[in-house]
Ligand binder design. Structure first.
Ligand code: HEC
Ligand code: HEC
Length: 169
C-alpha cells in the first residue's frame, strides 16, 4: 500500500467515527505475512478490539483469546477445551484451533460478568483462580510477555512437561 493511500484511508476511517477505536485497531498492525483474516489470524492479540461490534471484523465476539502450551514459548495449545461459566446458566464450551485461538460469537453466548474460565486437555485442567470482570478479550490482560500491565500468556503446562504436538495442516 502506498503511503498516500494509507493516509487517505486512515483519514476516511477517522472521518467515519471513533478515532480512539481507529487508533486501537491501527496499533495492532497489519496481518501477518501469508495469513488471511480468519480463525487462524492474529494469535495472542485482543480479538475484541476488532470483533467487539465496532469493526473492522464483521463477526462480533463476546469472548475470545489464545491458549499456549507453556509460559515462555509461542507454541499454541490446539484442541483444548475452554470452559466459560457465568451466573446465567450452564457452562459454554469452545475448542482451541491449531494456532491456539478460540472465539465465541455474542449471538451464541452473551455473558453476564463475572466470568469463570478453565482450560482442559486430557488430564490437564487449569483454571483462572479469579473470575474475569467485563473484558471479553483474554489478551486484554494476557499479553505474550509478563509486564506491569500483563500477566503473560495463557498457558497450561509447567516448563519441560511434554504435551502432544499439533500444527496447522
Ligand atoms: C486488527 C483487527 C483484528 C483483530 C485484532 C482480530 N481480527 Fe479477526 N478479522 C478482522 C477482519 C478485518 C476480518 C475480515 C472481515 C471479516 O470476515 O470479519 C477478520 C475475520 C475474522 C474471522 C472470519 C470471520 C468470517 O466471517 O468468516 C474470524 C473467525 C476471526 N477474524 C477471528 C479472530 C480471532 C480469534 C482474533 C483474536 C485471536 C481476531 N480475529 C483478531 C480483524 C481483526
Ligand atoms: C482482567 C484481567 C484478565 C483477563 C481479562 C483474563 N485473565 Fe486469566 N488471569 C489473570 C490473572 C491476574 C491470572 C493469574 C492469577 C489467577 O489465576 O487468577 C490469570 C490466570 C489465568 C489462568 C491460569 C494459568 C495461566 O495460564 O496463567 C488461566 C487458564 C486463565 N487466566 C485463562 C483466561 C481466559 C481463558 C481468559 C479469557 C476468557 C482470561 N484468562 C482473561 C487475569 C485476567
Amino acid at each position: 500500500m502506498s503511503r498516500a493511500f494509507a493516509l487517505i484511508s486512515t483519514a476516511l476511517l477517522v472521518a467515519c467515527g471513533d478515532p480512539v477505536h481507529t487508533d486501537a485497531v491501527d496499533a495492532l498492525g497489519p496481518e501477518a505475512h501469508g495469513v488471511e483474516p480468519g480463525p487462524l489470524h492474529r494469535p495472542g492479540q485482543p480479538c475484541l478490539v476488532c470483533h467487539g461490534g465496532k469493526g473492522p471484523g464483521n463477526l462480533e465476539f463476546s469472548v475470545a483469546g489464545t491458549v499456549y502450551k507453556y509460559a515462555d514459548s509461542n507454541e499454541p495449545l490446539a484442541n483444548a477445551i475452554v470452559k466459560l461459566v457465568d451466573q446465567s446458566g450452564p457452562s459454554t464450551i469452545v475448542g482451541t484451533n491449531c494456532v491456539g485461538n478460540f472465539f465465541v460469537q455474542r449471538t451464541d453466548f452473551d455473558p453476564v460478568f463475572p466470568l469463570w474460565t478453565r482450560i482442559q486437555l486430557g488430564s490437564l485442567d487449569i483454571e483462572m483462580s479469579t473470575p474475569v470482570f467485563g473484558k471479553g478479550s483474554c489478551a486484554h490482560c494476557h499479553q505474550d510477555s509478563p509486564t506491569e500491565s500483563s500477566v503473560g500468556r495463557i498457558y497450561v503446562a509447567p516448563p519441560g512437561a511434554e504435551l502432544p504436538g499439533g500444527s496447522c495442516p
